[in-house]
Design a protein. Structure first.
Length: 289
């Protein structure tokens, strides 16, 4: 399929879709599954073959019926409510936008989102997503295949701060944190505890504290939520843009030029100066009286 033409009209549709997603995710408390949808559409990318990735192919029945995508039909159907109102927005953009909004409305960091992804009708074969029963070698095989790093592995794992596992979907049950609808660094705090009663720890969670390269990131994020938010936002953006190169024209439409920024700054300084002067003359006038 052809890539979306990212003109002013398309950007306006993206903005409207974002507002619809905010309302939908907030009202349905469905942030965790929307984030999972975005990850699973993007997480099939293979940097060697340039296949898979955030291209909307998870909407294909062949793909959403993969065992690793169990339960995601619910999220796909929710997204159709937004797609129906904004048909110009590609599925690839819509699913990634839903993941960005899911993080933001639950208290997480703002994630830079650039639209223009191309939809695909071709689905990758099953087996490209992480297997929660595996260890460090498997995690690295999967994430390195996508072109991601050890830091990305740990930062993105922090997304488990949202949601819970369902036995009918994954064979596991329970939340990772005490507040599964709040995006924060508590996932890492709980990982470092010897025992977190009632909370889930998958084999792929445990390995983050056992592996000597992963553990320092866990310790950093547990004590410094700002560092986690910063790194998570960067890693999420990378994941959401695997195989996607935004055009320079799209980027320029989203980022104001230096002249605009300077002009806005000059106006701000002028307004501040006017307020100070007015206050000064008012005080002088009051004393004279």
């Amino acid at each position: 399929m052809a890539a979306s033409v990212v003109d002013a009209g398309y950007l306006n549709e993206i903005d409207k879709a974002r507002r619809k997603l905010r309302a939908l995710i907030s009202s349905k408390n469905c942030a965790p599954i929307m984030l999972r949808l975005a990850w699973h559409d993007a997480g099939t990318y293979d940097s060697a073959t340039k296949t898979g990735g955030p291209n909307g192919s998870i909407k294909n029945e062949e793909e959403y019926r993969h065992s690793s995508n169990s339960g995601l039909k619910f999220a796909l159907d929710l997204c159709e409510e937004v797609k129906g109102k904004h048909p110009k927005v590609s599925y690839a953009d819509l699913y990634q936008l839903a993941g960005v909004v899911a993080v933001e409305v639950t208290g997480g960091p703002s994630i830079d989102f650039i639209p223009g992804r191309k939809d695909s009708d071709e689905s990758p074969k099953e087996g490209r997503l992480p297997d929660a029963n595996q260890g460090a070698l498997h995690l690295r095989d999967v994430f390195y295949r996508m072109g991601l790093s050890d830091k990305d592995i740990v930062a993105l794992s922090g997304g488990h701060t949202l949601g819970r596992a369902h036995p009918e979907r994954s064979g596991f049950e329970g939340p990772w944190t005490k507040e599964p609808l709040k995006f924060d660094s508590s996932y890492f705090v709980e990982l470092l505890k010897e025992n977190s009663e009632g909370l889930l720890r998958l084999p792929t969670d445990k390995v983050l504290v056992e592996d000597p390269v992963f553990r320092p990131f866990v310790e950093l994020y547990a004590k410094d939520e700002e560092a986690f938010f910063r790194d998570y936002a960067a890693s999420h953006k990378k994941l959401s843009e695997l195989g996607f190169t935004p055009s320079s024209s799209t980027t320029s439409k989203l980022v104001p030029n230096n002249a605009t920024i300077l002009a806005h700054s000059a106006v701000g300084v002028a307004v501040a100066a006017a307020v100070v002067l007015c206050s000064y003359f008012y005080e002088v006038h009051r004393r004279v009286k």
